[in-house]
Design a protein around this ligand. Structure first.
Ligand code: UGY
Ligand code: MN
Length: 253
């Protein structure tokens, strides 16, 4: 194998206590128990400092789970490419690209690739922080059916993939979109952490004072209180899928 020049000098991957930028090419493959013909790329997890896990599943033609799973966590799935059958209890849903699903804690599920070429599926999972409300019910949707809210800033839209006003949810998944040349109205700093997957376009991400150029398939983890700001460069719209923990009081260990 011949290594191209600059293989490490030009690597864009950075991991710090406050954030990580992870270009897809460098994230090594894991195999997980309970899956067949499936590669897992674990983008973030507690060893990085995150309180959730975000995983890119690459399901081969016969890929999927070996049977129903229930690992005591809550889950969110977003299909990037291919086609996947998601069985939730006794109900079966066929996911095509941009379809997504939320599964509450304790909900058994199984996955099966149905595309000839395999599928790419984003998977977020975390322990549920229960409060005095019933846990949310399973929820499925598709990005194209979610309205674009544009009240925040000119040139920026939000798609809220999960119900917004239900305190039973302890995280939210949103798609943020940007017209070329637009940016945040200020540098944000907040207690919530983020998992960000670039879907479209390109831009500059300011993270804790450092600037990173980002493109589709890049992943970013932002720790609580990581100062953050996005500036959409390039000629087309940029958009990313964003995990954010919400709706819970400060926690003392
Ligand atoms: O909702 C948010 O915290 C969002 N504006 N943050 C981000 O896009 N980095
Ligand atoms: Mn934020």
């Amino acid at each position: 194998m011949v290594l191209p020049p600059g293989i490490y000098a030009h690597n864009r991957g950075v991991v710090t206590p406050q954030y990580a930028v992870m270009p897809a090419a460098g994230v090594l493959a894991s195999r997980l128990p309970g899956f067949v013909d499936t590669i897992a790329r674990i983008l973030t997890a507690p060893p990085m400092g995150a309180r959730f896990a975000q995983i890119l599943l690459e399901l081969g033609p016969t890929g999927g789970t070996t049977g129903p799973r229930n690992d005591g966590l809550e889950h969110f799935f977003y299909l990037l490419t291919g086609a996947v059958t998601l069985t939730i209890g006794t109900e079966t849903h066929t996911l095509t690209p941009e379809d997504y699903a939320y599964l509450p804690v304790g909900q058994p599920y199984s996955l099966q690739n149905t595309a000839d070429t395999g599928s790419h599926l984003l998977w977020i999972k975390r322990p549920y922080q229960a409060i005095d409300l019933p846990a949310p019910a399973p929820f499925c949707g598709i990005r194209s059916a979610v309205p674009r809210t544009t009240t925040h800033t000119t040139g920026r839209y939000w798609q809220y993939l999960l119900p917004q006003d239900d305190l039973a949810f302890d995280f939210t998944m949103n798609i943020l979109g940007f017209a070329p040349g637009t940016y945040f109205p200020y540098v944000e700093t907040h207690i919530m952490e983020h998992g960000l997957y670039m879907l479209e376009g390109q831009g500059l991400y300011l993270l804790a004072g450092d600037q990173h150029e980002v493109q589709p398939t890049d992943f970013i983890w932002m720790a609580p209180y990581c100062p953050q700001f996005f500036f959409c460069t390039g000629w087309g719209e940029a958009a990313y899928l964003l995990y954010k923990d919400i709706n819970r009081d400060v926690h003392f260990d």
